[in-house]
Design a protein around this ligand. Sequence first.
Ligand SMILES: NC(=O)c1ccc[n+]([C@@H]2O[C@H](COP(=O)([O-])OP(=O)(O)OC[C@H]3O[C@@H](n4cnc5c(N)ncnc54)[C@H](O)[C@@H]3O)[C@@H](O)[C@H]2O)c1
Length: 391
Amino acid sequence: MSLPSPSTAPRDQNGDGNSDGDGVIPFGTTVIHSDRVNLSTPILYSNLRDKTIVITGGASGFGATCFRAWASDGANVIIGDINSTKGTELVAAVRQATGNSHLHFLPLDVTSWASQAAFFKQAAELSPHGGIDCVVANAGIADAKENAAFEEPPDYEHYQHSPSDADGETAPQAPSLKTLDVNLYGLIYTAHLALSYLARNPDSQACNVQTPAAPRDRHLLLVSSIAGLAGLPSQPLYAAAKHGVVGLFRTLRLITPIKHGIRVNMINPYFVDTPILGTLGSLVLAGGGMATIDSVLDATTRLVADQGIIGRALVIGPKTAAEHARIVGLELDAADQAVWDVHADDFEQSDLFTRRIIGVTNLVTRARGWAGVATDIANKASSGFWRALGY
Ligand SMILES: NC(=O)c1ccc[n+]([C@@H]2O[C@H](COP(=O)([O-])OP(=O)(O)OC[C@H]3O[C@@H](n4cnc5c(N)ncnc54)[C@H](O)[C@@H]3O)[C@@H](O)[C@H]2O)c1
């Protein structure tokens, strides 16, 4: 597809979904997005107090770090995880350290709909105000063996012609796709339940870019990865799942603020030393410029605490000094910056393309008028008629 550069493309400065100026692109839908996240402003920690936040995969890594911090900030935090031992111990320790009694662990397997449905129901019941303000869809795995097996399939052709195939044991087997079960389908279950519960959060208002702080919220935060924005060699299934999360984000950010008043944001961290990397991963990445879990916490907290941030994605990379930023052409908002707004520039480009296609479709529809509708219905009906006669 050939698109004008961002500087020459018709812009939608007023956020009404139409290109400003000549009005060439008839789209007509209101889109609610906040501007690029200003990373130099203070994080609104005080707005976390009394919010009910639900985190999937909260027993370890990012989830556990956010749990500890937000519990200290006075939030009611409910974590779910497949690792019940770790989750239970974590909650007990943080309850004791913070004196916050609105902290809970619930067993959860995100790949099971029944488990997720029960988790959300119990979380809402445990919430002091009976609702959920924020859902962090975070649970994930990285299975190096499964990814490697996918990339190196057996020579099925050879097996099928080998004599031992007579018993069918060497017939091609479907690849294992647990990575997608957890990281994509599990996250989609979480998002689906989040849309239902967040929209029903008692006393909450529809999201609004002008309202950075309010007692109640409706926020869905999706955890993708840098592997959701670019290919990740040796991790095809992981990258496919994380790209799927980006696809979900791109669509929900358009729809849910308007339809349900729910704001949807996303994080795309670079490698961070957590148990998901495994010993081998940590060794391979040792000495490399990794992101830190503190930066992930900063980015995540900013998105959760500032209710005026709607439809944005933050990349978390290594801390970058001004000198290095200049060399690679990045603009710094703050010294030693590690968090970057993805600007959604590629979204703007492809959204523009999509708007043009929809615009053309609308123009064609309008030009064809009622006669076009009648012709299409008549064609459909007559093809059904001939099919019914066996033609
Ligand atoms: N660490 C990184 O380098 C990195 C980078 C980018 C994105 N991410 C993403 O961040 C998220 C959190 O990862 P992390 O680094 O904290 O890893 P982690 O392994 O420390 O935490 C992941 C948690 O998810 C839980 N989990 C796994 N399967 C589950 C299931 N079926 N149901 C419920 N819980 C389940 C695990 O038990 C664990 O507690 C993941 O989605 C991961 O893909 C991590």
